[in-house]
Design a binder for this molecule. Structure first.
Ligand SMILES: [Zn+2]
Length: 384
């Protein structure tokens, strides 16, 4: 009986947290959408503030003026004290030009809760992302193991490209999985008819124009120094020249955005390509230490198995925007692989112990990328 009470209390606390996060993200989306009419924006903000207020103790919720001001700042300052969460506190929902930041969209999708207050305004709910990912995996799971592994590799190696080249690369798998969309339909990544692949992940970088200058950055790799600026204007058939703005921005050539240019959808890039890059990086690192590595050994039961001497690591890499939403999703997963290690990127280290504690009872361990790499080097030394 006691256990049941505490479980429902945990669920209620989590719902409260997700509702507060969703309300703030949706309100930021409304404020940052220049196409929304004033009337509709006010209505959305009212609904969101109503949903946020319901997560506060009576009398402590922000006023509308405080709410609007707070949406320009840190997410943590808008949430009730008890639902503040490490890893989300410092997220800024609106970027410096007043648009909803990309990270905020992912947070919103990962935390979104069904609620009558949100439903009419929520076209891009988490469900849509999950369904797309699930459909892709359903198709791939029916493939023989070798084809499945090759398809997973290709989603990492070729997240964008020219139709003819992609068709050659995918060879007999082409047409059996359909993760690509035409880049020409995505305005957010084009400048004067050109798009720019990120030098790290090869997916289109986001273009934001401020007056006569454009800012070009990869949503996932800008924090690693991959960002550029570019002068806007002039009539030319030549690709605009990018100038490095971040500290690790190698030369990038613009690609003419023709109907033949394709890229994987945002959901596939976020939840398949990006973690796949971590997995491939770990594979190459482990092999360099003399380990035997099998990628996606049982299709999607887990991602890679590393054997070095007497040591075995079974690993799943994850690249969620919200570490706490990831922990919740893992806890809900049925029958986890015994001893599975969840690996998260180094920049999420500050949330690592929180997530590790949350998923330990479900049988998972958590490591950040740099730590598992170090453990493999150590094991390599012992076997030599
Ligand atoms: Zn990138």
């Amino acid at each position: 009986m006691v256990a049941r009470v505490s479980l429902s209390a945990v669920k209620a606390a989590r719902r409260r947290r997700d509702q507060a996060v969703t309300a703030c993200c949706l309100a930021a989306a409304a404020l940052g959408d220049p196409d929304l009419s004033g009337h509709r924006r006010s209505k959305m903000l009212m609904n969101c503030l109503g949903a946020l207020t319901a997560t506060f103790v009576v009398g402590e919720a922000p006023t509308m003026a405080q709410f609007r001001r707070g949406l320009q700042g840190r997410l943590g300052d808008l949430l009730p004290y008890e639902v503040r969460v490490e890893g989300l506190d410092d997220v800024v929902l609106l970027d410096d030009v007043g648009q909803m930041s990309d990270e905020a969209w992912d947070l919103a999708a990962e935390h979104s809760v069904p609620s009558a207050a949100f439903e009419e305004h929520w076209p891009w709910a988490r469900v849509a992302t999950e369904q797309e990912e699930r459909r892709l995996f359903e198709v791939m799971r029916r493939m023989p193991q070798a084809d499945y592994t090759r398809a997973r590799e290709l989603l990492v190696e070729a997240p964008s490209g020219d139709l003819r080249k992609l068709r050659r690369t995918w060879d007999n798998l082409w047409g059996r999985v359909e993760p690509y969309e035409p880049i020409v339909q995505w305005n957010w990544c084009q400048l004067q008819g050109f798009w720019f692949p990120c030098p790290a992940c090869r997916w289109p970088m986001r273009v934001t124009v401020h007056g006569t200058v454009a800012d070009i950055r990869c949503e996932a790799h800008a924090r690693a120094g991959i960002s550029y600026t570019c002068r806007v204007g002039g009539f030319s058939d030549r690709a605009p020249t990018l100038h490095p703005a971040g500290h690790d921005a190698p030369r990038v050539r613009g690609v003419h955005a023709t109907a033949e240019c394709l890229a994987v959808s945002r959901a596939v890039w976020r939840y398949v390509t990006l973690p796949g890059m971590l997995e491939c990086e770990l594979r190459d690192h482990a092999r360099a230490q003399g380990a035997e590595v099998t990628m996606w050994p049982h299709k999607d039961r887990y991602d890679l198995k590393i054997t070095l001497g007497a040591r075995v690591w079974k690993v799943d890499a994850k690249a969620w925007a919200s570490p706490v939403a990831l922990a919740d999703a893992l806890r809900e997963r049925e029958s986890p692989e015994p001893g599975l290690i969840i690996v998260i990127p180094d920049h999420q280290r500050s949330s690592a112990s929180l997530v590790a504690d949350a998923i330990r009872p479900a049988g998972y361990r958590l490591m950040v990328m740099a730590d598992i790499k170090a453990a493999i080097v150590e094991a390599g030394r012992e076997t030599r």
